[in-house]
Write a protein that binds this ligand. Structure first.
Ligand code: NAD
Length: 319
């Protein structure tokens, strides 16, 4: 099977090549879209990421060129027009889950870095300043962690905070038996907002969860609350969050995702976000820590993504 891998980074090449077996992979740096679809000429399948655009026109062009399978190397598939793919007889596969621990550990890294002000401390030390002024943290032990969403990543996060001796307060329409066994208590969104010292988002973005964290919910939170979002940017109303940072309602904010991210990723995002006023405003607060959608980015997660993607391609080749 001949596969064109679009939006290919050096790490895609490394991990996919390790597991390729008899599948022939051609790595193409460009995103797949109307302008680049002709590069798929002569391939049986394309392997794509969240930022590749597979609308009706691109899918028709792929089909005309002989492409019969699309292997997404990610969980989300909102960038693929599934109805058109089905009508054209193009198969679509994805990687539904990979290393929830990767995102859970990134969540914990954001919490600990913000709490112990490690980013500030290191910048100071590099300047030869060993003063502890302004670096006072708090123990996680005994604190209440509010987990909104206890699916794969929420459960992995619950295990980590349980290990730190935290109380787990959760909200999810489908409670997890494992989280309950860890002592997790399920409650309403409002009560979670009122009682948690740290609130971490692990639910999907849907029309119902858009701006789940808005001005009203922020007002219910404890003064100085820590808010962490490693899920999807639009779960929080960023303008309301900026107001809550100004009033010191939010004491710490850790983000791996942003509302203005849209379907952009990495370099595309770099070009756009630098001009975004809201993003620039967020960066002015000393108690904000932002990373660039890197929660998933561990060796183990990439290894799993590559293995599942190639298995999907193998199964498609047999079908
Ligand atoms: P999952 O489907 O396993 O779990 C999601 C959970 O959210 C489910 O238990 C569901 O019942 C719950 N939920 C749905 N609506 C809710 C609501 N209104 N309130 C509370 N809970 C609700 O998903 P997952 O694999 O754990 O992923 C969670 C999130 O992490 C997703 O949004 C995903 O996009 C994001 N994610 C981020 C990265 C990253 O690199 N930062 C990587 C992978 C996934």
């Amino acid at each position: 099977m001949q596969v064109a891998v679009f939006s290919a980074k050096a790490y895609d090449e490394q991990y996919l090549n390790q597991a390729r077996g008899d599948i022939s992979l051609t790595f193409i740096e460009s995103r797949l879209n109307k302008q680049t679809v002709s590069l798929a000429q002569g391939f049986d399948a394309v392997c794509v990421f969240v930022n590749d655009q597979l609308d009706k026109a691109v899918l028709s062009a792929l089909h005309a060129q002989g492409v019969r399978h699309i292997a997404l190397r990610c969980a989300g598939f909102n960038n693929v027009d599934l109805d058109s793919a089905k009508a054209l007889g193009i198969g679509v596969s994805r990687v539904p889950a990979y290393s929830p621990e990767a995102v859970a550990e990134h969540t914990l890294a954001l919490v600990l870095t913000l709490n112990r002000k490690l980013h500030k401390a290191y910048n100071r030390i590099k300047e030869g300043n060993f003063s502890l002024d302004g670096l006072l943290g708090f123990n996680l032990h005994g604190k209440t962690i509010g987990l909104i969403g206890t699916g794969r990543i929420g459960i992995a996060t619950a295990r980590l905070f349980h290990g730190f001796g935290c109380q787990l307060l959760c909200h999810d329409p489908y409670p997890s038996a494992e989280v309950i066994q860890l002592g997790g208590q399920y409650t309403s969104m409002d009560e979670l907002c009122e009682r948690a010292d740290i609130i971490s988002l692990h639910c999907p973005l849907t029309p119902d969860t858009r701006h789940l964290i808005d001005a009203k919910r922020l007002a219910k939170m404890k003064n100085g609350v820590m808010l962490i979002n490693t899920s999807r940017g639009a779960l929080v109303d960023t303008q309301a969050v900026i107001q809550a940072l100004k009033s010191q309602k939010i004491g710490f904010l850790g983000l791996d995702v942003y509302e203005m991210e849209g379907d952009l990723f990495f370099e595309d995002l770099s070009n756009q976000i630098i001009q975004d006023d809201v993003f620039q405003r967020l960066c002015t607060f000393p108690n904000v820590l932002i990373t660039g959608h890197q929660g998933f980015f561990t060796q183990e997660a990439l290894c799993q993504i590559a293995a599942v993607t190639l298995n999907n391609l193998r199964l498609a080749g047999q079908g």
